[in-house]
Design a protein around this ligand. Sequence first.
Ligand code: GRF
Length: 211
Amino acid sequence: MSALRLGVLVSGSGSNLQAILDKCASGELPAAVTVVVSDKADAFALERAARARVSAVHINRKDFESAASFNEEIARILIEHGVELVIMAGYMRLLGKEVLDAFPNRVFNLHPALLPSFPGAHGIVDALDFGVKVTGVTVHFASDVFDDGPIILQEAVPVNDDDNEESLAARIHAAEHCVLPQAIKLFAEGRLAIEGRRVRVLPEKDKSVIP
Ligand code: GRF
């Protein structure tokens, strides 16, 4: 199987990017990150990409007249790098239709809660403040609505009585670092079938490619 070419969109620390890079390097993931795109100049994720000798691009929304032209440039960069699957790993903006249309059913988003609960930028603390006993992580196909789109994988993470934001975030991130690569692997193996809002994970023997 040839390596699936990944483009990773980031805004921050990039610990999920690192998990992907490590699993690609170890051969656990039949994929390769070909470009990392950040909307923040100081995102540590850019440093991680550089260390892994992966193209790292900063693109500033303020340099573009419109959200559409900004997203067109993101799509152009991804296409230029031959990307087959786009991963939003801590990318804190709504992705424009310019990118979604260029990669239909080929954009994943990662969210640190069990969607549709606690969408938005503060999924971890919102779950903690609400007092839920179980939260978790979600990987889903991105759509033009924040934290929406067919769900690929979810994993539950219990909330302990003595949790604070830091301790809960640490367990959520640990879960993300497993679930996101797992979802990418399923895609690489052609085992994700989208049926309306539902995503069926095909057994290994029934491999098929998403149209
Ligand atoms: C993750 O918790 C992700 O779910 C959220 O932003 C965080 C990014 O973390 N959207 P990192 O940059 O991968 O460390």
